[in-house]
Design a protein around this ligand. Structure first.
Ligand code: SIN
Length: 312
């Protein structure tokens, strides 16, 4: 092809972007994960000079994301990133756990090329589907030559894997990066870059992730008014190797829950302290009895602790 600039790979995993109305008579109800990757790409404008290859890695509602899909996704990303002609990867994904998958992929791939996750809040059969524009924007970011690392492209914003969170259950502009703000905006296919691209993680891990059944179990418990230690004690009895506590404010924990977490730590369970607050980060202090999951939300602290426990 003349002016050939390389290849973009689209790895599809399901989600509302691939959703369609449950029946012809019902405009509102829909089922996620119905359309295949070629249907998502059909008729879309594509970045000039790039060949596009689609691959269906999974077809799920992302609330059901599991370790088998994460491992397959990391391995397919690693495979394609190693091909010199591949300029970048786009992953279509349900919005509900997109931030967890983005963080996981950054931790295990640390890619120098862009891996861009996107999805939709409205199904493909909606009268105002947002998926096609999000996918066009994600392809533009992957083809830009500027982007690197794992990011989420949604509603015209580009969010880094470490900061991105789904912050709204319905609006089409459902993602934000808290205090950090987006890495960039994508406007008519052009990037307006605001700050550094995602970095960090360990490249070697994707090929060495164990069988999904061997991944360490890390549970999240919540501190709240009237919290107690019964759940933590049950988890310890059940042999759980890691617990993340979603604390209040700056990672403070109800004293009854804290007592059980300290017992768990004493018994060899790895405990990390995050905050249930949507913004800000847990500031570590000298003498902290439960280590802070610095800068990570509870769901991302869980991913980080899982990888730490598996030595990845
Ligand atoms: C999902 O997360 O797969 C369903 C919801 C969505 O994609 O918005």
């Amino acid at each position: 092809m003349q002016g050939h600039k390389g290849k973009l790979v689209v790895l599809a995993t399901g989600g509302t972007i691939a959703g369609r109305a449950a029946s012809a008579s019902d405009n509102l109800a829909y089922q996620a994960a119905q359309l295949g990757v070629e249907q998502l790409l059909a008729g879309l404008p594509r970045p000039v000079g790039f060949a596009i290859e689609g691959e269906q890695v999974a077809q799920i509602d992302s609330k059901d994301m599991d370790f088998a899909v994460w491992r397959a996704l990391a391995q397919r990303c690693a495979h394609w990133l190693a091909q010199p002609e591949v300029a970048g990867i786009v992953v279509t994904h349900g919005t509900d756990t997109m931030e967890e998958s983005a963080f996981f992929l950054q931790q295990v791939l640390a890619p120098a090329k862009p891996v861009v996750l996107t999805g939709a809040m409205r199904p493909a059969t909606s009268v105002a589907a947002d998926g096609p524009q999000n996918l066009v924007d994600a392809l533009a970011v992957a083809a830009s030559g500027e982007a690197r690392g794992v990011c989420v492209v949604f509603a015209g914003s580009v969010h880094g894997a470490a900061d991105v969170q789904k912050v709204h259950g319905y609006r089409s502009n459902a993602f934000a990066s808290g205090d950090a703000g987006p890495v960039a905006y994508v406007e008519e296919g052009q990037l307006r870059v605001l700050r550094a691209w995602p970095q960090g993680g360990t490249v070697r891990a994707a090929g060495t992730l164990p069988d999904p059944g061997q991944w360490p179990r890390v549970e999240i418990v919540l501190s709240h008014a009237g919290a107690g230690g019964a759940i933590v004690r049950a988890l310890v009895k059940d042999g759980v190797p890691g617990i993340v506590v979603a604390g209040t404010g700056n990672g403070t924990v109800h004293r009854a829950l804290e007592e059980a977490l300290l017992e768990a730590q004493q018994a060899g369970v790895a405990v990390r302290r995050a905050s249930r607050c949507l913004q800000g980060r847990v500031l570590p202090h000298a003498g902290d009895r439960l280590p802070a999951a610095e800068g990570l939300t509870p769901v991302k602290a869980r991913v980080a602790l899982m990888l730490e426990l598996m030595g990845a």
